[in-house]
Design a protein around this ligand. Structure first.
Ligand SMILES: Nc1ncnc2c1ncn2[C@@H]1O[C@H](COP(=O)(O)OP(=O)(O)OP(=O)(O)O)[C@@H](O)[C@H]1O
Ligand SMILES: [Mg+2]
Length: 391
């Protein structure tokens, strides 16, 4: 574990970049440092690998003062990724990734084999190996940066706004990729961003810093959204934190109705029965159970149902796997106000009204309130009560 213990950084010109910061960075998880420009995020990250030396306080790595380790040993145990990847422009992609293993004396073939393995790991096509950085897109370069940092298999990865120079779609892809890699490799990652959405999505723990290098709050994202420590954190989280908090509520509590579902080849009796049981709208699926669209039962004629005459169903959510936020989004996007639940293979498993999603949200709130009351009675800070689910 990395422990930052009352660390201050005063630059020679007198600027206090970090002010008595204390943080316990848990192993094998992603800790995000977030805050406005100039609040000391980069300085903090660089103090961890001693590219910047603290003025006061100590940083302990697995209980040992980082100053007691030779700086080279320390840096070798920490991969470092920066914005725009910082690649060597005159080296091929493969040789960029192989840089650290080569420095460690691994030999050319072994280093390149390792580099190829890492290209695959970060989702880069092997055909890019012989290209130079300028021949790659921003997102691809960023992946190379991650692969290079992982090359010597360091237990720690320090990442300073690695995805901020790419467009939102590529950025989302890189974030998903990082979560996948983290799931597979279990690195201890310290990730700097000024984007609170990125922090909430990636962080197991999130440290919100304020100007002057002081810690405003250190908490799991769900707790940050539900209980911001003060007005600064609340302001930093933005206006729609209630909706975003729903990302942490699983949709397992919802009970999708199956009665309003008919297949495209339904008989007149089946349509009538479904309509009687569940008006006002029926969901029509293909023969395989995949959703096609909505219709009022009186507009459905057996044997004459075609997809182009149905109302669109929006975007379905995966029952139980997706969050209540995803379910609510589906319901809001659906012209009927009902969300379509599907299984992992895309077959409709039921439909859910906005009203029942509202009830599930109220239920989740009540459950959390009960948990918090129990926590207050027992040990404080026992940990996060809600689990992260797909947003
Ligand atoms: N070498 C330096 N000498 C003097 N002051 C510095 C130096 N490096 C950084 N600072 C100052 O320290 C403060 C924190 O800088 P730092 O780069 O850590 O912020 P940051 O949170 O990473 O900001 P950003 O989001 O813009 O990257 C700023 O006021 C900055 O001007
Ligand atoms: Mg910075």
């Amino acid at each position: 574990m990395i422990r930052i213990d009352s660390v201050t950084k005063r630059y020679p010109d007198g600027t206090v970049a970090v002010d008595r910061l204390s943080l316990e960075i848990p192993d094998r998880s992603i800790t995000v440092l977030v805050g406005p420009s100039g609040c000391g995020k980069t300085t903090t990250l660089r103090m961890i690998n001693r590219m910047v030396e603290p003025s006061e306080g100590t940083i302990l790595i697995d209980g040992v003062d980082s100053r007691q380790q030779p700086v080279n040993t320390l840096r070798r145990s920490m991969g470092y990724v920066i914005q725009n990847a910082g690649l060597f422009q005159h080296r091929t992609i493969l040789d960029n990734i192989a840089t650290v293993p080569r420095m460690l004396g691994w030999g050319k073939d072994k280093s390149r084999a390792r580099a190829r393995e890492l290209m695959e790991r970060v989702g880069l096509d092997g055909t890019l190996a012989k290209r130079y950085p300028y021949q790659l897109s921003g997102g691809q370069q960023q992946r190379v940066g991650v692969a290079r940092a992982l090359a010597a298999d360091p237990p720690v990865l320090l990442m300073d706004e690695p995805f901020s120079a790419v467009d939102p779609v590529v950025r989302k892809g890189l974030q998903d990729e990082l979560l996948r890699i983290q799931g597979e490799l279990g690195k201890t990652i310290v990730f700097v961003t000024h984007d609170i959405d990125e922090a909430v999505k990636l962080g197991t723990m999130v440290a919100v810093m304020r100007t002057g290098g002081r810690l405003a709050q250190f908490a799991p994202p769900a707790e940050l959204l539900s209980r911001p420590a003060d007005a600064f954190v609340e302001d930093f989280l933005g206006a729609d934190r209630g909706i975003r908090r729903l990302s942490f509520f699983p949709s397992t509590g919802l009970q999708p109705l199956t009665t309003p579902i008919v297949t495209v080849d339904a008989t007149a009796e089946q349509i009538a029965a479904a309509g009687a049981a569940s008006a006002p709208y029926l969901l029509v699926t293909d023969a395989d159970g995949k959703p096609l669209g909505w219709s009022e039962p009186q507009n459905l004629t057996a044997g004459e149902i075609t997809a182009d005459r149905l109302l669109p169903y929006g975007r379905p959510f995966v029952a139980a796997t997706d969050s209540l936020r995803a379910a609510l989004d589906c319901a809001v996007l659906s012209p009927t106000g009902w969300a379509v639940a599907v299984d992992a293979s895309g077959r409709a498993t039921g439909v859910v009204s906005q009203q029942s999603i509202g009830e599930a949200i109220r239920g989740a709130h009540a459950e959390i309130a009960a948990d918090e009351a129990r926590d207050a009675d027992a040990e404080p800070d026992e940990g996060d009560k809600v689990h992260k689910v797909a947003p």
